[in-house]
Design a protein around this ligand. Structure first.
Ligand code: HEM
Length: 239
């Protein structure tokens, strides 16, 4: 075992090492969500603004940008889940005697972190198949999803991502699933953001209530921002 592997092994074996991995990867995902939500809200600025944004994402660094982001997100999600599982096992083994007390003191959102986390994972898999892989739908069909205004102006093809989102959320049960998943995400964030501050040593008795407020406020903004899109579309926006 060389020095780097030994160092990583020691880090992974310690409880604080794993907590830091959960916190740092959690922070990456929290920042991604803020960016993704802000970008998605461009759907309300109309077809041209949203398609310009989608095109920009796909062409950043000559197409390498989106792959760097995808790999970064995948690594963050994998480490977040692996460290959480390892930490839960370690804690269960070490704290059997305190389990009852810890459970009754914890808030509801912190007790259901595992379930909200698993729902988010299931949602992300569905979401990637829906809008990125575009499996089981026609969103990759140029006859149906070409941005015609862009083609008329430039002569080039680009996908009509705006129409894809409008059509994607024109089905009530898809919208319902998104709303349920966003609600789980909101619950996960309302505990998770505060836990990041705690692990990074940024939460004191004095700042605790402000951090709780930031945590719940951020979760609420993310919920409103994300669910506003499918709800508006189901109510007729863009159709
Ligand atoms: C109403 C809510 C949402 C909308 C309208 C939306 C929209 C989209 C769209 C259109 C894409 C495809 C981008 C492209 O390839 O052109 C996408 C990709 C993605 N979304 Fe969302 N999204 C929403 C919520 C979420 C949430 C809550 C998460 C995470 C929990 C998420 C995670 C992702 C990821 C990881 C990708 C893959 C990026 C890529 O590799 O292309 N999305 N989303």
């Amino acid at each position: 075992m060389n020095a780097i592997t030994r160092c990583l092994d020691t880090y992974w074996s310690s409880s604080i090492g794993k907590k830091l991995i959960v916190a740092i990867t959690g922070l990456v995902l929290v920042l991604f969500l803020g960016g993704h939500m802000t970008g998605n809200l461009l759907v309300f600025m109309g077809q041209e603004a949203f398609n310009d944004y989608a095109q920009l994402l796909h062409h950043l660094l000559h197409g390498a940008g989106i792959w760097i982001a995808r790999i970064g997100l995948l690594v963050a999600v994998a480490l977040h889940i692996a460290a959480t599982i390892a930490l839960t096992r370690q804690n269960k083994a070490a704290r059997k005697a305190y389990e009852y007390q810890a459970t009754i003191q914890a808030s509801k959102s912190s007790r259901i972190m595992i379930w909200t986390g698993l729902t988010i994972l299931a949602f992300v898999i569905y979401h990637l198949l829906h809008f990125t892989v575009r499996a089981g739908n026609e969103y990759n069909n140029p006859a149906l999803y070409t941005d015609l205004a862009y083609k008329a102006a430039t002569g080039d093809y680009r996908q009509n991502a705006w129409k894809m989102v409008i059509d994607g959320f024109s089905v009530w049960y898809v919208v319902l699933f998104y709303i349920v998943a966003m609600t789980m995400l909101c619950s996960h964030l309302s505990h998770g953001v505060g836990a990041i501050f705690q692990t990074l040593g940024l939460r004191s008795k004095k700042s605790a209530s402000a951090i709780d407020l930031i945590s719940k406020g951020y979760a609420a903004v993310i919920w409103i921002g994300f669910v506003s899109i499918p709800i508006a579309i189901l109510c007729g926006y863009g159709r």
